[in-house]
Design a protein around this ligand. Structure first.
Ligand code: 6R9
Length: 671
């Protein structure tokens, strides 16, 4: 069903006006431009022959066992085949070939644990460890095509586990360690995973936080549900804490690797062989398993990493702060940097543990030259004050990246001045789990950057902003972001649900990929992203579905109905605000201050249990009614007005227009 004007929030005009008054621009310095990987001619080269351009990238950036002869087959649209007859292996490309080229001694990963423990892993070390892990997986019966769920903190083993799966052609599905047992359970079930890789726990804010219990719970038998497909659980020992052990099912990672051979012949796969499934929130309660394949994904990941970050593998120290549980961690921690032979930092913990200068201390310690992080982190550091980063030497930084949500000009300027010393170019990179790799971004050394704008589609990518009728809007106009041509790292579908794939991305506008983001073109034709136009929220750069949190809330016995909105938040971009109607006597109880506190606590914990702590509502407002259209759709736009303390907008399409008065009146009453 197509969304209607009633329930699709339109891009906010107020914030738009602010953005369009932004006229600052920062041209590249001649010194940077002269040494940059990307040169201005790249755009012309790509548009002169897009497919030839991508074929050249795939040939230059990857090593193929059998070279491809066909670049793109779009006859099965919207499922693309890129480099379809080529044969390769992702782990071989990420690891072995660098060792073969004589770079075995180069550091691949500087690991920094939260507690300050460190580990230096060279490409030669990585080759041994990935090979051992691949042999261990094979010994546990994992074969090409079997799915492996990875539920780990940020460890060297996390990268090794992903690459070991890739090495044997077993698609991995990483589930973010912050997700609950229930969320893990449903993803394991949907992917029909044969094996789970987890850890006893990880360190967070100075304490050990267990992970394995969630796996045990996720695999428990439940009446009325099919038995799990999981045969073994491979457990990394990180914290050394006690773990419950299921004989014959659970296996220690270190024991399995110890006895495994350090040599392993990669399993060569077709370019279109599935590399991974990554679940992401959609507009319904059920997460979508986004499917990525091998050749095209790796090509675009490597190409963007090289050009957008200006990576020089011999001299740069790269650090992407994303967790491997998100697409940014897949593309820009595990795959692209290693494919490109980079040296990178992997950090286990949070930015404020044990102190608020931890990130900057790490930048100084390793001489980080390229930093890739999210606006929410930048805004948090802004809040902590610039005297904190000022205590560290950040002069090694030469390129700064941003991803995950629109970056407001103020945060952009702070990032540039305080972290980048007023010289490092900022690349604001727009892309999605579905796109697999960066799509829209300035090129450092080429583009004059503008605070707050992702600006231009990369060479080889065709993006546009269209109106409701799919017409391209003129400069100065706003509408929906679409991608007009297939790209190598595009998703190949939603796991097990081709119809949903077509419906979600390809049915809104004929022949165009609908990204779900509002966007605007400025007078120069540069693109400004304005946030989601569907029921997907963006909290600290993480995608959360309103529907998913609503169903978690109504699954609690005291809740009759729930509506969730993302309200603007200075630090996290959006914050989850829930409106709930309680059942019977619970509503009266919630009217007292103590009762209200109790309801808040109960429901927030319930959401944490059902989905994970990141989905916990910031505020829960108990209301007598919810605003609905005549067709029964909740008008979230109006609730957002309430949540953001604005005058409530046009409520004329409500079935009962007095509902908003009732809600506002109820909330104004103390208690
Ligand atoms: C990579 C990633 C995708 C959604 C996307 C958009 C938002 C990401 C952005 C941005 C404005 C940027 N988004 N990068 N919005 N400017 N530079 O974050 O993937 O988790 O799938 O989220 O994030 O709304 O549609 P994913």
């Amino acid at each position: 069903m197509r969304n209607t004007e009633d329930d699709v929030p339109q891009p906010e005009t107020s914030s738009l006006e602010n953005l369009l008054h932004e006229t600052r621009s920062f041209p590249p310095t001649p010194e940077f431009a002269a040494q940059a990987n990307a040169q201005p001619g790249l755009y012309a080269e790509a548009s002169a022959g897009r497919l030839a351009f991508w074929a050249q990238q795939a040939t230059e950036l990857l090593t193929w066992k059998t070279p491809f002869t066909e670049t793109l087959d779009w006859s099965g649209a919207p499922v693309a085949r890129w480099f379809g007859d080529g044969i390769l292996n992702a782990a071989y490309n990420a690891v072995d070939r660098h060792v073969e080229a004589g770079h075995g001694d180069r550091v691949a990963i500087h690991f920094e644990g939260e507690g300050g423990d460190t580990r230096t892993v060279t490409y030669a070390d990585l080759q041994r460890e990935v090979s051992r892990a691949a042999n261990a997986l094979a010994a546990l019966g994992v074969e090409k095509g079997d799915r492996v769920v990875i539920y780990l903190p940020m460890l060297v083993e996390s990268v090794v586990a992903m690459l070991a799966c890739a090495r044997i052609g077993a698609p991995h599905s990483v589930v973010f360690g912050g997700f609950s047992a229930d969320a893990l359970r449903s993803r394991i079930a949907d992917a029909e995973a044969k094996l789970v890789i987890t850890a006893d726990g990880g360190f967070r804010r100075g304490a050990a936080s267990p992970l394995k219990p969630a796996v045990d719970e996720a695999l428990e038998e439940r009446e009325g549900e099919p038995a799990t497909t999981v045969q073994h659980v491979l457990v990394v020992r990180r914290t050394g804490g006690d773990v419950a052990w299921t004989e014959h099912r659970d296996v220690w990672w270190h024991e399995a690797l110890e006895s495994a051979d350090v040599r392993h012949e990669p399993v060569w796969v077709d370019a279109e062989h599935p590399l991974f499934i990554l679940y992401t929130s959609g507009t319904t309660g059920k997460p979508k398993g986004i499917l990525h394949t091998t050749g095209g994904y790796l090509t675009q990941a490597a190409y963007t990493h090289r050009n957008v970050f200006d990576l020089k593998p011999e001299s740069d120290v790269y650090w992407c702060t994303a967790d491997i549980g998100w697409i940014t961690g897949h593309s820009y921690v595990t795959y692209a940097p290693l494919i490109n032979g980079a040296t990178q930092v992997v950090y286990e913990g949070t930015p404020d543990s044990p102190h608020r200068g931890r990130w900057w201390e790490i930048v100084e310690k390793y001489g980080v030259t390229i930093l890739y992080t999210a606006p929410t982190a930048i805004r948090t550091c802004m809040k902590w004050g610039e005297d904190i980063p000022a205590q560290f030497d950040l002069s090694s930084l030469r390129v700064l990246g941003s991803v995950g949500e629109p970056i407001n000009p103020e945060a952009w300027m702070w990032y540039r001045r305080v972290i980048g010393g007023d010289k490092a170019p900022i690349v604001d990179t727009w892309w999605q789990t579905e796109t697999g790799a960066i799509m829209i971004s300035p090129l450092p050394g080429v583009t004059a950057t503008k605070p707050g704008s992702a600006q231009v589609a990369l060479p080889g990518i065709v993006a546009d902003v269209v109106d409701d009728e799919a017409h391209s809007v003129p400069n100065g106009g706003g509408g929906y972001l679409v991608l007009s041509e297939p790209w190598p790292s595009m998703l190949r579908g939603i796991w097990g649900d081709l119809e949903r794939f077509k419906d979600t991305y390809w049915s809104r506008f004929e022949g165009l990929y609908f990204a779900g983001d509002g966007a605007k073109k400025d007078e120069d034709g540069d693109i400004w992203l304005l946030g989601r136009v569907d029921d997907v929220m963006n909290v600290s750069g993480h995608r959360l579905s309103t529907t998913e949190i609503e169903s978690a809330l109504v699954s609690h016995e005291i809740v009759a109905e729930a509506a969730v909105v993302g309200a603007a938040d200075d630090t996290t971009g959006q914050a989850v605000v829930a409106f709930v109607i309680l059942r019977g006597e619970h509503a009266d109880k919630a009217a007292t201050p103590e009762g209200s506190d109790e309801v808040q606590l109960t429901l927030r914990n319930h959401v944490a249990k059902e989905i994970g702590p990141i989905a916990k509502p910031r505020r829960i407002l108990v209301v007598p009614e919810l605003p609905k259209t005549r067709s029964g759709k909740i008008m979230r736009r109006l609730l957002r007005d309430v949540a953001e303390n604005r005058t409530v907008g046009d409520a004329t399409t409500l079935a009962d227009s007095s509902v908003m008065d009732l809600i506002s009146a109820g909330l104004a009453t103390p208690g």
